[in-house]
Write a protein that binds this ligand. Sequence first.
Ligand SMILES: [Cu+2]
Length: 113
Amino acid sequence: MALFLFLSSAFARTVTYDFNIGWVTAQPDGFSRPTIGINGQWPIPQITAAVGDQLVVNVKNDLGNQTTSLHFHGLYHNGTAHMDGPVGVTQCSIPIGGSFVYEFNVSSFSHFS
Ligand SMILES: [Cu+2]
């Protein structure tokens, strides 16, 4: 699951989110179906942080039938590659019922696509 991170300008701070990843019923393509959501929502909640902030995302895998992770696509992770999220690349998947804490300093975008 890739997250969109919206950056704003502010003094550096710690920004914390609690994300329970679980199934919701949604219509991502116009047809109602089981969809992976966060905190019972789809579209998933937005993360708002500023460059220089410390981002903490407490993730719980409540999917019940599959593993997961969060991937912070497009952000630099100099020194925190283990927090970037792609399964099998920088971390093992979060097991069913398991938790993982993502924590890193938000730097500028490398790209956004
Ligand atoms: Cu990516």
